[in-house]
Design a protein around this ligand. Sequence first.
Ligand code: TYM
Length: 337
Amino acid sequence: MKTILTGIRANSELTLGNYLGALLPMVRLANQHSEDMNINIFVPDLHSIIADIDGNLQKNIIRTIKYYLAAGLKTNYNVHIYRQSYVPAHSELCWILNCVATMGEASRMTQYKEKSDGRESCNIGIFDYPVLMAADILLYSAEYVPIGEDQFQHIELTRNLAMRFNHKYNKDIFTVPLKTADQVKFMGLSDGIRIRDLLNPEKKMSKSTTSENSKIMLDDNPAKAAKKIMSATTDSLAKIKFDMFNQPGISNLLLIDALVMDVPLQDVVSTWAGETRYGDLKKKVAGDVSAMLSEFQSKLADITDEQVLDLFKDGEKYANKVANAKLEEVQEMVGLR
Ligand code: TYM
């Protein structure tokens, strides 16, 4: 059976960007494919510690999985939920891949450049985390990895490392994940998703942005979230059109509404074609986002820690079995066994 795999760091609450860009697409794919594919959803807790943790890491880890459940994830026997650090093979394979990856390619990662900001004091984890991400994917032979656009470069790196390793040892040990363009198609989209910062729509919406009105958090009071949409930056062109380059603020609102309402972006764009009143668009998006948050938050309140811990118990048994078998193959190939 083929595998769909994804993970979200547990540094803090999640943003609407995480939700619409990665979490919701994964939930939709999981519910669609859990009869015919393995669905691996894990919390990359080792990735979380490359940056500051807002709150308590243990609580954040559990909450991250609760978010998937509140978004409608159905858990059946093909759905595997686990914590990265409970499967030591991830770190082992990361080290082996470190010896295949180059300084040049790791230095070119945009996330590394942004997160390190040229500081010599930046920790080595920030530099190495895409290689750990490659290990996360390759251990489970996952072909499908639903993620937001900011992570695309890491998928390309994963593909390169897998192909280089297979070539070096002259054996197809690793399954190479699909190219990002094909990942996007598998997610049922025409482009990767990048939800923008509400006040600075040239940038992506990010947990680490300090300005409260720039981002919507999944735990935001729905009325507060609606106000943030109402105060989103737009432009003075007075036409509602999807054009991320010239009208990123308006385009962001159209994209958010399409994803929240689960309708094709093109349909939302056609509905607003010829309209000029930005206030009307904002009101519609604010209403849809706040309704979505209300429903999501009421479901979230009903999910217990024990439910999540039970899922981890089964998921980690499965993950260790699959990951250790792949690691052993790799260790044999490299000569470590
Ligand atoms: P992380 O935790 O930074 O982000 C989690 C997911 O949310 C997506 N995302 C967005 N999508 C659209 N618009 C935004 N504004 C936005 N902000 C975040 C990200 O693209 C991501 O899909 N390295 C990864 C976690 C990871 C992983 C993996 C993912 C570790 N190992 C293996 C997939 C497979 C990360 O830091 O994501």
